[in-house]
Structure formats: C-alpha cells, structure tokens
Design a protein around this ligand. Sequence first.
Ligand code: ADP
Length: 162
Amino acid sequence: MRIAVYPGSFDPVTCGHIDIITRASMVYDKIIVVVSKNSGKKPLFTVEERMDFIKRSTTHLSNVYIDCCDGLLVDYVKKSGSNVIIKGLRAVSDFEYEFQMALANKKIEPQIETLFMMTDAKYSYLSSSIVKEMASLGADFTDLVPSEIINDIKNKFRNNGE
Ligand code: ADP
C-alpha cells in the first residue's frame, strides 16, 4: 500500500489544501493529513478544531485520514508506514523554505522523499493567513475555504470580536 503524508498547520484548511489532498489521493492508496502541533506562531484554531475541519471537508475522499503530530515529522512518517511527504508549492517564495525543510528532513532520514505538487493556478495566492485576514476584516472569503467550515470561521471572529 502506497501511503503519503501531507503535513501543515491548516489554520484553517483552505480550498488550496483541499485541492492538493484531492490530487494526492488519486496518486496514492492512502493519504494521511497531519496537523502539526509545533508550528512557530500561535494558531487561531485548536488542533482538534483544525483536524475536525479537515475531516468534515474530506468525507467524500475515502482514502484520506487525519492525524496530528508534535515531534519530528520524519519520525511520524516512518511510524505510519510511509516514506513520502507531500508538500504544495505556490510561488517562488515557498520554494526557499520548502527546499531547506526537504534537505533537513533528508539529512535526518535519507529514505524519506519529499514530493512537491504545484498549486492550481486559481489558488496560487491563497493561504490560511489570507483567509484569516479577510475574515477578520469582514471581506467575503466564502469561496476560499470548504463550504463545511465557513460558519465555524465566521463564528470564531464573531466570538473573538465580542
Ligand atoms: P499556509 O498557512 O501557508 O496555508 P500550511 O502550513 O497550512 O500553510 O500548508 C500546508 C501545506 O500546504 C504546505 O505544503 C503548503 O505549501 C501547502 N499549501 C498551502 N496553501 C496552498 C495552496 N493555495 N496551493 C497549494 N499548496 C498550498
């Protein structure tokens, strides 16, 4: 069984992420989407909320599983029986950081490969930060995230604003 791990902070999951998950699910037998607990900046949504958002947005993809991880990603990948990390690439600006991460992971665990998938052009500008910024300022972000989670994002900003 060919298993790939797709890691990220997913704070929150966007249509750009879902596009990568959908395409990867057609190439691999099983995709594990892993929410990383130890990303640098403080997230808006809890790990449980972020996992739940991805779960609700991928119910139509039968070979997609959701998990979280707070140690070294390569350790998680090995334990899961996979040897592939999938990353999405948007612009040149993503390249330098992803290149560094891929080489660092290769140094720690040479058997694990990082494979890059190009963004769909229509999502090339899209990030979780853009969604949060738009939502916080009252702009319409509803075609940038899966429809299943629009109200959760709206509610978070409504509650934060009170
Ligand atoms: P961000 O907060 O920038 O959206 P994440 O850490 O949640 O980033 O992203 C997880 C993975 O998804 C990374 O490999 C990232 O490059 C990729 N990704 C994020 N947004 C997109 C997009 N719009 N198109 C393709 N890949 C994306």
